[in-house]
Design a protein around this ligand. Structure first.
Ligand code: ZN
Length: 196
């Protein structure tokens, strides 16, 4: 990205930018001859800087293929085009949502609370613990109010990584979950930490 302008306000930073690279071929049929079609301004939110919300307006180019005649936008590999924010902001939000309210994150980054909730829901749904590649010796079990109810959260205490999110915080759920772990995984766990 090449920065074209920066405007600083009391609570916000607004950056205008454009991509440095042109596509080499049509994204649909790989033909190499392309015409510039139009430029469209798209706003993507980014990590806050010095406590200010950061919005990047990308002047995004659209091309038309000479062969298949279809149009397509240039790729923006650092951006999450579904949520209109940078990929690093997605990671930041998903980690912060484990310990802060969605409202406070929404205030900080300038995205709607519903978007924060959606991003965290995607993060939780994608968790697929790989117990075998990193044997857990110290298992942490904590409870968090997430996605409309209290749930148990399992973490690896040594690496501070979240391992899995259970559907509620009932004793039956956690017992069934732990009993369902493969025998070598159960035998590896030496310590379980939880708050009573
Ligand atoms: Zn084409």
């Amino acid at each position: 990205m090449s920065v074209l302008a920066i405007d600083e306000y009391e609570h916000d930073l607004h950056i205008q930018a454009e991509s440095l690279f042109s596509p080499l071929c049509c994204a649909l049929c790989e033909h190499k001859k392309l015409y510039r079609h139009e430029i469209k301004a798209q706003l993507y939110m980014d990590l806050p800087i010095r406590g200010k919300r950061v919005g990047i307006t990308v002047l995004r180019r659209r091309f038309r293929c000479c062969r298949c005649r279809r149009t397509f936008f240039e790729e923006l590999p650092d951006m999450d085009e579904h949520h209109f924010c940078t990929r690093r902001l997605v990671n930041y939000i998903q980690q912060q949502a484990l310990r802060r309210t969605f409202v406070s994150i929404s205030d900080e980054v300038g995205m709607a609370e519903a978007s924060i909730r959606l991003l965290f829901g995607e993060f939780a749904a994608d968790l697929s613990p790989d117990w075998t590649s990193t044997p857990i010796t110290c298992l942490g079990i904590d409870e968090l109010y997430l996605l409309n109810q209290y749930r148990y959260v399992l973490c690896d205490v040594k690496s501070h990584c979240m391992i899995d999110l259970l559907r509620d915080r009932s004793k039956e759920t956690v017992i069934r979950y732990l009993q369902g772990l493969p025998r070598p995984v159960q035998e590896h766990i030496q310590v379980v930490c939880t708050v009573i």
